[in-house]
Unconditional design. Structure first.
Length: 181
């Protein structure tokens, strides 16, 4: 993407010390805030995007609310979580998936992410707290992956085609958002 000319800057950030009191997204956000001239349109934060399964009832969820939060019961989708301010970013990602990667199933958790305990447990929540826009893109981690944070969580348990679909959708989202002239 470095050779693609866009009207807006696309920046890729990789965080160490994520979700800690120092480092990670906190440091990134502090730098953006300190640079008065730099505007941030929003962020796509990837939180566990490599596990997909087609097994029935493989997807758990901490809560189900009819007509509000009712994710599929098969763990073969990527979830995009937003707060109210960031719902347009979630919609943008979903539309990019439909247009460019139609094999990727996307489940939107729009507007209510901030209200869910598990909806704020990644780096995107730092941006929300600072009044910035962002979404969490996730395979739902421990609600699907039986290997999550265990020694069995190895590359051989991941679905790299799924990762590639998520990456292609994110790239399409970023390029459309950054406006290719």
């Amino acid at each position: 993407m470095a050779r693609v000319k866009t009207r807006r800057t696309i920046r890729f950030c990789f965080f160490g010390l994520e979700e800690t009191t120092r480092g990670g997204s906190r440091t990134h956000l502090a730098r953006i805030v300190s640079r008065k001239h730099e505007r941030l349109a929003g962020v796509l934060v990837f939180e566990m995007i490599g596990y997909r399964t087609y097994d029935s009832n493989s997807q758990r969820t901490p809560v189900r609310i009819p007509l509000v939060l009712w994710p599929p019961r098969t763990g073969d989708f990527i979830a995009v979580v937003s707060d109210f301010r960031s719902s347009a970013i979630a919609t943008r990602f979903h539309k990019a998936a439909k247009k460019y990667v139609p094999t990727l199933r996307v489940y939107l958790v729009k507007r209510i992410g901030r209200l869910l305990k598990d909806g704020i447990r990644s780096d995107h929540s730092m941006y929300w707290r600072a009044g910035r826009k962002g979404v969490m893109i996730t395979d739902t981690a421990n609600f699907r992956n039986p290997n999550y944070h265990l020694p069995s969580d190895t590359p051989s348990t991941l679905a790299f085609k799924f990762v590639a679909e998520v990456a292609r959708t994110a790239a399409a989202t970023a390029l459309e958002w950054a406006q290719i002239p």
